[in-house]
Ligand binder design. Structure first.
Ligand code: FSO
Ligand code: SF4
Length: 561
C-alpha cells in the first residue's frame, strides 16, 4: 500500500500500512489494481468510441470505478474485487467487439506504442493496430503487475500522473451525479480515457503532462457546469433559505453525501409515514432547492461536517443513508443503523442497490426508522444557504453598489473541504479575524468551520455567501465572471476577490484544477500542500499561477488583504 491522495495522508507523506481514513492496506492495493484495469478498459473503449462501438454501460462503469476509489467512499474489499471482476468482463466484451469489427488484432505488443499522441489524440485509431501490453492484463496476470503509485520511478512524472488521476476521480464523481439525473456528455468520458492512457505512456514527459493536467481542469469546468444544469433543471434553482438546525419529536432518517436523486426518492417514500428526513454534511444545500421544500417531513440539517459523524450519528438515534463520501468507518454502536447506496461501500453495512431505471427501495430504512427514538437535539436555530449563482446574481446590483460605495472591500473564497485535523481551526480563526467589510464566498463542507458563527451582514448581504456543495464552486466561478463583467474587467484576477481554499480529497483537486484552467491566480491552499505534488511540479504551479501554502491567520490576512 502506498496512498497519498488526500490531505490527511500519514505525516504528510503517504499511508503505507493502513490509511489514516481507515482504509485497509489490502483495499488500497485493490483500488490501485482497479485503476489499472480501468486504464486497460480505456484503451479498448477509446477505440470503440472512435469507431462508434462504445456503450453507455462501459461509460458508467469507468465513472463508478474511479469514484469508488475516492477517499472515504468505498472501504469494502468485496466491492472493489467485484469492480475488478466486472471490469475484466467489460474489457473482454469490448475487445471482442473490436476484434469482430477488425479494429484491432491479437499481435503481441511488447511496448507501449506512440498511439496516444499520434493516433488517439488525433485521428481515429487505425484498423489492425497492435494491442499494448497494459491492455492485455488478465485476472491471472494482474497479481504480478506493480499497479501502485511508486511503479512510476521519476518523481515528477509520478506527481503529474497522480495529479491527473486524482483530478479524474473528482471529475468521475461529478459526472456520475449528472449522469444519474440523465445529463451526459461523451466528451467527458473521452477525456477521462485519454488521460488514463496518458498516465501509462512512458514517452510522455513533463512538458506533455502539464497541459493535460490543465485540460483536466477545463474539462472539469464542463463537468461542473453539466452537474449544475442537471441539479437546477431537475430540482429548481436554489433560493436563499434559513435552514433549521434543530430537531422535531418524530423518528428521523439522516441522509448524507451529494446525491440529490437519492434524497428525492427518500422524501417521496417517507411522505406520510411519520418519519422525518434530515440532511447531513454535504447534503445541507439540498434544503435550498425548491423541489425539496415541498415535503412537510423534510426538517432541516443535523450536525456538522463529515468527520464529526462518529459522535453525531450516535446521537441521531435513527438510520443514516450514505449516498457518497465521506463515510467514516462506523462504530459498532450504530453500524446497524448505517446504509450505503451508489458507489459507497463498507463491509457489514446494508447496501441499497438501484434497479435498472435508477429506482431505489428505501422501505427497510423507513421501517427501521419507525422503531427508533427521535434524534437528540444538538443545536437550534438556522443557518443561511442557497446562494447559488442565480440567487446570488439576482442581488448582483446590490453587491456591485456595496463594492462601489466601499462597504464591501474584499470577497474571500473559502471553499473546499473540511477535515478532522486540529490545524483546521485555522479556518474558523481566519473567518473571525476577517475585517467587517469582507464577504466570504463558500461551497463544500469547508463551510462548517464558520457557517454557524455570527458574522452578520453588510447592508443585508450576508457575510457568508454559501453557494452549496463542493460542486457548486461552479456557482462561485459564474458569480466572479459576472462581477468582472459588471465592473468592466477583462481579467477576473483584477476583481477584489482572494482565494483561501481548504482541500481534502480528489474532488477538491478537480475544483482546484478547474480554477487554474480559468486563469485564477494567487490561490492560497491549505491546510497543507498535497503530498503528491513534487518540488518541481510545485515550482511549475508557483511560476504559472502563484499558488502558495497558507501559514498563520495574521500572516495570511496581511498577504491576502
Ligand atoms: Fe466534503 Fe467529503 Fe464535497 Fe468532499 S464531504 S470532503 S471535496 O467528499 O466532496 O466537500
Ligand atoms: Fe491515507 Fe488519504 Fe489514502 Fe486514506 S485516502 S489511505 S488517509 S492518503
Amino acid at each position: 500500500m502506498y496512498c497519498y491522495q488526500c490531505e490527511e495522508t500519514l505525516n504528510g507523506t503517504a499511508c503505507t500500512k493502513n490509511g489514516v481514513c481507515g482504509k485497509k492496506a489490502d483495499v488500497a492495493d485493490l483500488q490501485d489494481d482497479l485503476i489499472y484495469v480501468l486504464k486497460s478498459i480505456a484503451f479498448y473503449n477509446s477505440k470503440a468510441r472512435a469507431n462508434g462501438l462504445n456503450d453507455t454501460k462501459t461509460d458508467e462503469f469507468i465513472l463508478d470505478g474511479l469514484f469508488a476509489t475516492v477517499t472515504n467512499t468505498n472501504f469494502s474489499k468485496a466491492d472493489i474485487e467485484r469492480y475488478i471482476n466486472e471490469g475484466f468482463v467489460i474489457k473482454d466484451g469490448i475487445k471482442k467487439k473490436l476484434m469482430d469489427a477488425k479494429v484491432i488484432n491479437e499481435k503481441s505488443g511488447s511496448s507501449f506504442p506512440r498511439w496516444i499522441k499520434e493516433k488517439l489524440l488525433g485521428a481515429s485509431p487505425n484498423a489492425g493496430e497492435d494491442i499494448p501490453v497494459m491492455a492485455k492484463v488478465t485476472p491471472q496476470t494482474l497479481a504480478s503487475i506493480d499497479t501502485g503509485v511508486l511503479a512510476t520511478e521519476n518523481e515528477d512524472i509520478r506527481s503529474l500522473r497522480e495529479l491527473l488521476i486524482y483530478g479524474l476521480k473528482g471529475m468521475a464523481a461529478y459526472a456520475h451525479h449528472a449522469n444519474i439525473l440523465g445529463y451526459k456528455d461523451e466528451n467527458i468520458i473521452a477525456f477521462i480515457e485519454k488521460a488514463l492512457l496518458a498516465t501509462m505512456d512512458d514517452e510522455m514527459g513533463v512538458d506533455e503532462l502539464v497541459p493535460l493536467v490543465l485540460e483536466c481542469g477545463s474539462v472539469g469546468v464542463t463537468t461542473l457546469a453539466l452537474l449544475d444544469k442537471a441539479n437546477t433543471t431537475t430540482y429548481g434553482n436554489p433560493e436563499p433559505t434559513a435552514v433549521n438546525i434543530g430537531v422535531r419529536g418524530n423518528p428521523g432518517i439522516l441522509i448524507s453525501g451529494h446525491d440529490l436523486r437519492d434524497l428525492e426518492q427518500l422524501l417521496e417514500q417517507t411522505r406520510g409515514t411519520g418519519v422525518d428526513v434530515y440532511t447531513h454534511g454535504e447534503m445541507l444545500p439540498a434544503n435550498s432547492y425548491p423541489a425539496f421544500k415541498e415535503y412537510d417531513n423534510f426538517v432541516g440539517n443535523y450536525g456538522g461536517s463529515w468527520w464529526k459523524q462518529k459522535e453525531e450519528f450516535e446521537k441521531f438515534n435513527g438510520p443514516i443513508l450514505m449516498t457518497t463520501n465521506c463515510i467514516v468507518p462506523p462504530k459498532d454502536t450504530y453500524i446497524d443503523r448505517i446504509y450505503t447506496t451508489g458507489v459507497v461501500g463498507f463491509d457489514g453495512v446494508t447496501h441499497i442497490n438501484a434497479s435498472e431505471d435508477g429506482g431505489k427501495d428505501f422501505s427497510a430504512i423507513i421501517e427501521q426508522a419507525k422503531t427508533c427514538k427521535a434524534p437528540e437535539q444538538l443545536e437550534e436555530g438556522t443557518i443561511m444557504g442557497g446562494f447559488a449563482h442565480v440567487s446570488a446574481l439576482s442581488v448582483a446590483d446590490k453587491i456591485v453598489d456595496a463594492v462601489k460605495a466601499g462597504h464591501i472591500k474584499k470577497f474571500v473564497v473559502m471553499a473546499g473541504c473540511d477535515g478532522r485535523h486540529k490545524e483546521r481551526s485555522y479556518y474558523t480563526d481566519f473567518a473571525e479575524a476577517l475585517p467587517q467589510d469582507s464577504v466570504i464566498l463558500t461551497a463544500g463542507c469547508a463551510k462548517y468551520r464558520y457557517n454557524k458563527l455570527a458574522l452578520g451582514d453588510i447592508g443585508g448581504i450576508p457575510r457568508v455567501i454559501d453557494a452549496g456543495q463542493c460542486n457548486d464552486c461552479y456557482s462561485l466561478v459564474v458569480i466572479a465572471q459576472k462581477l468582472a463583467e459588471a465592473f468592466g474587467l477583462e481579467d477576473i484576477n483584477d476583481l477584489p476577490v482572494v482565494y483561501n481554499i481548504a482541500w481534502y480529497e480528489q474532488k477538491a483537486v478537480l475544483v482546484l484544477l478547474a480554477l487554474l484552467s480559468l486563469g485564477v491566480k494567487n490561490i492560497m491552499l491549505g491546510p497543507t500542500l498535497p503530498a503528491f505534488v513534487s518540488p518541481n511540479v510545485l515550482n511549475v504551479l508557483v511560476d504559472n499561477f502563484n499558488i502558495r501554502p497558507n501559514s498563520t491567520v495574521e500572516e495570511d490576512l496581511k498577504v491576502l488583504l
